[in-house]
Design a protein around this ligand. Sequence first.
Ligand SMILES: Nc1ncnc2c1ncn2[C@@H]1O[C@H](COP(=O)(O)OP(=O)(O)OP(=O)(O)O)[C@@H](O)[C@H]1O
Length: 854
Amino acid sequence: MEHAEENSSTRVSRLRPPTQIASPGKGLSEISESENNARSKQVSRMPPPGSLKHKLGSSNYEPEPKRKTLAERAGEPRSVAAATPGPRTFVKATSLVGASGKPMHGRTQSYTSSISSSTRTPSVSSRNTSNGSFASSVGPAGRPATSYGSRSQTSMAFSQSTTTRPTLAMPKSRPTTSMENYSDDDEDIPSQGKRKAWDVRGRLEDVEAMYSRMKDTLAGTNLERSGLEEAVSIYKTRIAELEVLRTQISSENKTLESDLDAMRQKTNMLQERLLTTTTSLEDNIRTTRIVMDDMKREHRNEIDQLRRDNADEVERLLRLHREELRELERRAATEMEDRIRELQRRNDSKLEDERIRRLREVQELESRITTESQSLDLALQKKDREIQNMRGELEDVRGELDREQILKGNAQRDLSALKETFQMTGVESSSTIQSLESTVASLRARIHFLESGSKAQSDSFAEMESRLQDAVRSAEVSKQKLIKEESLRRILFNQVQELKGNIRVMCRVRPVFDTTEGDAAKLKFPDTEKESKELEILGKEEKSSLGNITRKTHSFTFDRVFGPESQNQEVFEEISQLVQSALDGYNVCIFCYGQTGSGKTHTMSSADGMIPRATHQIYETATNLKDKGWTYTMEGSFVEVYNEEIHDLLGSSKDFDKKKHEIRHDEQKKQTTVTGLKTVTLDSPNTVEMILKQAANNRSVAATKSNERSSRSHSVFILKLVGRNSTTNETSEGTLNLVDLAGSERLKSSGAEGDRMKETQNINKSLSCLGDVIGALGQGKEGAHIPYRNSKLTYLLQYSLGGNSKTLMFVMASPLEAHLSETLTSLKFATKVHNTHIGTAKKSTKVRERTSES
Ligand SMILES: Nc1ncnc2c1ncn2[C@@H]1O[C@H](COP(=O)(O)OP(=O)(O)OP(=O)(O)O)[C@@H](O)[C@H]1O
């Protein structure tokens, strides 16, 4: 098997073609027979290869009975020359395996073809050979073997079994071919090897017999060839099949590879999609959160709105109810009403008398306090002066005393020196002694005098000390008294303010600048000589149904009316007391209300307007109050309420639409804060100018976006004043709000559209909310709902409008005929506010209208 495998590569090409049979001879028949034998076996075993292997592989295989196998013949006792000495070719079994050397599938696997050309030594006695192998040597007997004998020969054998072959006897006379040896055993050619040379016939017969065997062999070879061809074709088919399989596998492989690529791409795509989905999911979550926040906010607003609506509804119902009650009361007691009116009038006059009396008392108290504090100041100054004088005297006396003591020391030293001199010289002169003694006496007298003077001086010094202590003590008492009186002044001052009313309304009419502005309206200030409280406006001409042209005169009364010639200085004098209240710890709110161009900004924020004046006053007062133990911190912020949004006028105008500011209330402290606002500490009077400039700049920058910003938004200057008295440990926290409201013109008359309409609607809404809040406060019911939340402006000013706070409204009026109806609307609104009583009772006024024919 080992050799068969080694030589498998040469197996087919070594088949000997029939033409190689050289010369006829004795060995020819042998070859023919053995070949025929072998081939017939092979042929019979060839197809089908599958069964063949099975048979060949089995040791029980029986060859055809009519022919003897080479093995049989080899086993016969007759001596046969196996081969000539020298190199000899052994046919070795070679398994016919697949071309690749691998075992064949199925039937082809079992078929083995043994083709060998290995050259071996002649010794065959000790080795095992294949039973089926045969050697062929063709050549004439008695001569050395032909090239057939010496060269490699092709033989075919089946290596199904191996047996030990008996030792072959070597010929004595001449080397014999194997053919000769075999021919003796051949039954078909009995004469073989015995024919005589002259027996041509016999030999011819032999040749013929040999020929016929050759023919058989040829036929066998053909069969073998066809078998081999068949095997080849099977291999080819198999190869083709394998090729197809390979193609299929490679195509499958390609498909799988492309599938793999596709899968990879798909995975990549899926990963990308996953990434995109994750990102979009995160975005969605973020957006959802924002939306949820918005919704929450909206929800909160809606709830607030609902609450407000409910409260308004309840209020409306209450109002209705009240009106109904009033109506009933009115019907039931018309007569009583007159009496009540009468009583009220009396009450009012009593109240007014009381107010005047209290005012007088307060004024007297104030003047007394002022006089007392002045006299105290004077006494203090006098005492200070006295102390100064005494200190000077004391210093002089001390200096003198020091000098005298030096003199005394000197004199005593002189005296003792003289005494020593006298004792040394021994000179005694009575006159000199007397004079000296008198000098000593006088000196002694002087010393005594000086000593007594020094005592008197130190007594006077002690007296002065005690007087000084008394003066300091009394100054301290006076200071304490002054501090107490300052506290009393605050209380009394607040009482005066309350008596004046916690909501005050003043009117200011601006001048007509030039004739291009249009005609001036007919305005009258009847009481200019007295208190300047009244304003009369002659209305427009109206045609009655009878054709008469009439004109109404509208009379308004306010706490003060400022005519066109009034200056900001005059206006400020009226409000300075309120500014003082803010320093005393009250919340103060000063509004400017009126149509565009009526002078609100001029009054409030111009260079000499209320804001700079108020801050200057606060700064001065705070500095003066330092003597009375008060230290103040002042922080200012400036905001704008535009379209119901809060903007920081001290911040950057770029942040106007980005930064959201929230209003927060501290219920306990009754204080309002706005988130994210820039606050400026007012540590010098000039800071306010800087604030006003920046606010104006920001508004003008914003104005380029939405036109005339100042008249379309409310501006609120918030000044927080926190004071602390280190002597009394008192604290005060007041807020001063100075508000420049947006133009109050009505939507109809302004003819606004789009964005402007929205602005106007928001302005109208916030102004009417302001009216509602003041109206609700005027009802004066404790715990009643005040609709602060209805607008940003009222919500911002919540703690500066109700309760203990003080409010002043300036209604600004245009002097022009063209603005008459707007002016009248503004003045009517102001009258409504004026009639509102917050905190203390206040005389009510009405708009009086008289019609006169023109
Ligand atoms: N009492 C006054 N004396 C002199 N000038 C005045 C007076 N009132 C207003 N003015 C001037 O009139 C003009 C318009 O006034 P101002 O800007 O104050 O009106 P406004 O009511 O604030 O308008 P807006 O609502 O548009 O802000 C300004 O030039 C201002 O200086």
